[in-house]
Design a protein around this ligand. Structure first.
Ligand SMILES: NC(=O)c1ccc[n+]([C@@H]2O[C@H](COP(=O)([O-])OP(=O)(O)OC[C@H]3O[C@@H](n4cnc5c(N)ncnc54)[C@H](O)[C@@H]3O)[C@@H](O)[C@H]2O)c1
Length: 249
């Protein structure tokens, strides 16, 4: 049995993860950690009371780096769903995970459909010189753009060096109208409103054609197959992994 702790257990994602872990035959939920009404208030407190093989973190951008450092320095394998880590923090975590031989898997998106959407966008980037990303989330999401949008842009930028080829020189009458400019000039537009869970559309344009690749998460259950897959993987291995695609065969 894999002994699993869930950090952020009372949050929207955390509650789904608790249900998913409880229904997995090969996992035992040993700790529900949350700063608000948690069985334990911190990972340290939970570690003192329980043996933890894998900790799954769905907390908030302000906490995730410290949580991950604590786990990797204390031999607790970690699956990170929380978004908002900077490139520098990710590279520090990679170094620590490898030095200490403690698994760390970070996935900006655990939905298998969203992972495929990113792969298809990467494939299309070879054939289109113009592309922009629109990501749409509920209005309680703290960070923008989404981790998925950033990861998509990174993957796309491996296949094309400039996604604004042929665009004229632009001026913004209202600042921010063209969204944020990310890797290789991919513009990212973040929409926040109630009604959405998480959606993303990648638009590709070329003379005489537009192609759009879209993924919509209808509820948070869509992430659970990926979370359990990641948990099983890190329980068996001692590696640093960024992106669920790396363990999806
Ligand atoms: N990777 C993915 O597939 C994916 C999918 C959805 C959401 N997310 C991300 O997951 C995170 C959580 O999302 P949510 O919608 O569940 O948020 P939420 O606000 O509903 O839940 C967060 C929970 O974490 C708790 N918390 C905050 N800091 C803590 C700490 N230091 N220790 C313990 N508990 C702490 C809060 O009390 C709350 O219960 C966000 O960063 C979100 O962007 C990732």
């Amino acid at each position: 049995m894999i002994k699993v702790a869930v950090c952020g257990a009372n949050g929207k994602m955390g509650q789904e993860v608790v249900k998913a872990v409880n229904s997995a035959n090969d996992m035992e939920l040993v700790a529900k950690i949350d700063i608000i009404n948690g069985e334990f208030e911190s990972i340290k407190e939970a570690k003192e009371a329980q043996v933890i093989d894998v900790l799954i973190d769905f907390t908030q951008p302000a906490s995730i780096y410290e949580n991950a450092l604590f786990c990797l320095n204390n031999g607790i394998k970690i699956v990170i769903g929380t978004t908002g880590l900077t490139d520098e923090q990710i590279s520090n975590l990679k170094k620590l995970s490898q030095e200490n031989s403690v698994s760390c898997l970070i996935a900006p998106n655990f939905s298998t459909g969203a992972v495929l959407m990113m792969k298809f966008a990467q494939m299309a980037s070879k054939y289109f010189d113009n592309a922009e990303i629109i990501e749409l989330h509920h209005n309680q999401k703290k960070d923008a753009p989404s981790g998925t949008a950033i990861k998509t842009a990174q993957l796309m930028s491996e296949s094309n060096e400039d996604f604004t080829k042929g665009n004229c020189i632009e001026t913004e009458t209202i600042a921010g109208s063209r969204g944020g400019t990310s890797y290789n000039n991919i513009h990212i537009h973040s929409i926040r409103m109630p009604g959405y869970i998480a959606s993303q559309e990648v638009l590709f344009g070329a003379s005489g054609q537009i192609m759009s690749i879209r993924h919509d998460s209808m509820n948070r259950e869509c992430y659970m197959a990926g979370v359990l897959l990641a948990t099983r993987y890190v329980a068996e291995n001692n590696e640093f992994i960024y992106g669920l695609d790396n363990i999806m065969n």
